[in-house]
Design a protein around this ligand. Structure first.
Ligand code: ASP
Length: 356
């Protein structure tokens, strides 16, 4: 079995250099810098091959078609390597890592996303440490899932989110513990890892059909929903208040949601709070949303909900099938609380599971 690591540079700050127009990705830079680091060649760090993608992009320019290209690349090289490091811009790294966790079915090898806030060729950069640690994690075989490593934290990819625009501590995993804390020791928390896959490895392409995410805000109207949800939109992630609430006394707003879900648009409710889970049984406002066809995304990040929607759309099936699968834990991306939430259960209020 091979012990080498396959490194793919997709673009992003880590491999950028200064140009007349500001920082831009430079082909060959990472390989040059890495080959010139003696500490990488003393046997402590695994052997690796590094490939720059033909079209290096700022991650703000990536789309689901690019997620599929990364997935295909991993699948094409899967048998030849012990693990994979995907070097990626930080801006949409959590989206790509989330999406890849779904499309790489039966994954049994580490896929570690990383990047940096300061390019590898600059002084005081965070790129070298992130990259060297990612290489070691990818070779270790200890974390056979899609992860994001950044600044000492190893996170489940589909639980991660970018929380700092400029700090080295750019990522967190608000609703799930870190899979590892990397300091003097590389401390992997085995109890938080996924169980080994039951099926064979397979790349299952995401759909590239239109979906959207929309943050609920005071004053939102039914027409805003109608405009965004019009055909050909297939799915909508609603970033709602608190435990999943949205306006409930505006009949036109609810009617617009009902019309969209009746047309087969899968509408998933997640919370715009950084922590916690949706519970559409808690408040009248949530119960009305569920009545309009909105389903609970529990504690999924927006990034995970979008990636999962596109993966399920790619697999096919009816809107009802997709809605059902959206509410199940497929890759450790959500925790379904036992219904109903104990903290909201009052003796005078019978339990109801609006998510089932
Ligand atoms: N704009 C860059 C990107 O996401 C930011 C970064 O890599 O940190 O590609």
């Amino acid at each position: 079995m091979s012990s080498t690591v396959y490194v793919a540079y997709t673009g992003g700050t880590i491999g950028m250099s200064r140009t007349a127009d500001g920082y831009a990705p430079e082909r060959g830079l990472l390989e040059r810098v890495l080959r010139g680091m003696p500490e990488l060649h003393g046997g402590q760090v695994p052997e690796f091959v590094i490939r720059d993608y033909a079209d290096l992009k700022d991650s703000a320019d990536l789309s689901p078609a690019d997620w599929n290209a990364i997935g295909e690349d991993i699948a094409a090289n899967y048998d030849d390597h012990a693990g994979f490091v995907i070097l990626h811009g930080t801006d949409t790294m959590a989206y790509t890592a989330s999406a890849l966790s779904f499309v790489l079915e039966g994954l049994a090898k580490p896929v570690i996303f990383t990047g940096s806030q300061i390019p590898i060729g600059e002084l005081r950069n965070d790129a070298r440490n992130n990259l060297v640690t990612a290489l070691m994690l990818a070779a270790s075989g200890q974390v056979p899932e899609v992860c994001l490593y950044f600044n000492g934290l190893l996170l489940r990819g589909n639980r991660s989110t970018k929380v700092h625009a400029v700090g080295f501590d750019a990522f967190t995993s608000p609703n799930y513990p870190a899979l590892g804390d990397i300091g003097i020791d590389m401390d992997i928390h085995g109890e938080h890892l996924r169980p080994p896959p039951t099926g064979p490895f397979r790349f299952a392409a995401s759909s590239t059909e239109p979906v959207a995410a929309l943050r609920i805000f005071p004053g939102i109207t039914g027409d805003v929903i109608r405009n965004i949800a019009k055909p050909p939109l297939r799915g909508l992630v609603l970033e709602a208040y608190g435990v999943g609430n949205a306006p409930s006394h505006d009949p036109d707003f609810l009617a617009a949601l009902r019309e969209a879900s009746a047309r087969g648009v899968v509408i998933v409710d997640v919370t715009q709070c950084i922590r916690g889970s949706v519970d559409l049984t808690s408040y009248a406002a949530g119960v009305r949303l569920a009545g309009a066809g909105v389903i609970s995304g529990f504690d999924m990040t927006v990034e995970a909900a979008l990636g999962k929607l596109l993966y399920l759309l790619g697999r096919g099936g009816s809107a009802a099938d997709i809605a059902r699968a959206m509410q199940q834990d497929l890759r450790g991306e959500l925790t379904r609380p036992p219904p109903p939430f104990a903290r909201h259960q009052r003796p005078d209020r019978p339990a109801a599971d609006a998510s089932a």
